[in-house]
Ligand binder design. Structure first.
Ligand SMILES: C[S@@+](CC[C@H](N)C(=O)[O-])C[C@H]1O[C@@H](n2cnc3c(N)ncnc32)[C@H](O)[C@@H]1O
Length: 240
């Protein structure tokens, strides 16, 4: 793992105004025109096992243009349900940093990791805003980002994390780095190999999570040759 700081990001954007994640160009904004810092006022957190959101969620710096990113409502619900202010949240496959932006808004410390340096820069770009709510004593949390592999979180201590909220590739359904040929990117692996590697992700997650705390993982299923492929169930079986 290599830490990528705000200073590294500032150096990066001196040379580059955008990155390409697979075939999608993502502009690095530098300055954000933020209209709101949270979901609509009448939104209430989810209370049942079926979560349904009024829209995708585009508050703060959230944008839907990172391939397969998750709606900010998902990490928001997880963070509110399972952590307190000042706790540590980890997303070891953070992509564009949706989880980290929510952690920052909700005053939780956070660590994000991604195998693709360009993704880490997108996440830093999305974290590049200041938040000063008028009527609350907001204390800016610590948010760290790393370029690294979810199977080897060597900079994170044993039993130090209060919540893992992460969203891995759904096997090789969406490729994240095919054109860059990053062999450590789990979206490049055939299904059976992907399952084996996800077990390593799970072992590392177990090591860093405090005992009794929650690890929440979003994985979608797919269809192949007219057959349903339950990716999430297969991952759970391998990791159990
Ligand atoms: C589904 S995306 C995450 C999207 C994220 N939730 C968001 O909202 O932007 C999966 C991410 O896993 C990353 N990834 C793939 N293999 C990885 C590995 N071995 N270690 C860390 N990240 C990895 C990919 O680069 C990609 O950004």
């Amino acid at each position: 793992m290599k830490e990528i700081t705000h200073k590294d990001y500032l150096e990066f954007i001196k040379e580059k105004t955008a990155v390409i994640i697979e075939d999608v160009e993502i502009k690095l904004q530098k300055n954000w025109n933020i209209k709101s810092y949270g979901p609509p006022r009448d939104y209430t957190p989810e209370r049942t096992t079926v979560w349904s959101f009024p829209d995708r969620g585009d508050w703060a710096t959230h944008k839907g243009n990172y391939r397969g990113n998750w709606s900010p409502y998902i990490p928001r619900n997880l963070i509110l349900k399972y952590t307190q202010k000042g706790d540590w949240v980890l997303d070891q496959m953070m992509g564009s940093g949706t989880t980290l932006v929510e952690a920052k808004l909700l005053e939780r410390n956070a660590i994000g990791v991604d195998i693709n340096l360009d993704a880490v820069m997108v996440a830093r770009d999305r974290l590049n805003f200041s938040y000063n709510p008028l009527f609350s004593e907001y204390k800016e949390p610590i948010v760290k980002t790393y370029w690294g592999d979810a199977r080897n979180l060597d900079k994170i201590e044993n039993e130090s994390i209060d919540l893992i909220a992460t969203h891995p590739p759904y096997a090789n359904i969406i490729s994240y780095t095919k054109s860059k040929k990053l062999s450590d990117d789990l979206s490049q692996l055939p299904f059976e190999e992907y399952l084996k590697e996800m077990r390593k992700v799970a072992e590392e997650a177990f090591r860093v999570l405090k005992p009794g705390k929650i690890c929440a993982i979003l994985i979608g299923d797919t269809r192949k040759h007219k057959h349903y492929v339950p990716i999430a169930l297969r991952v759970m079986r391998w990791c159990a």
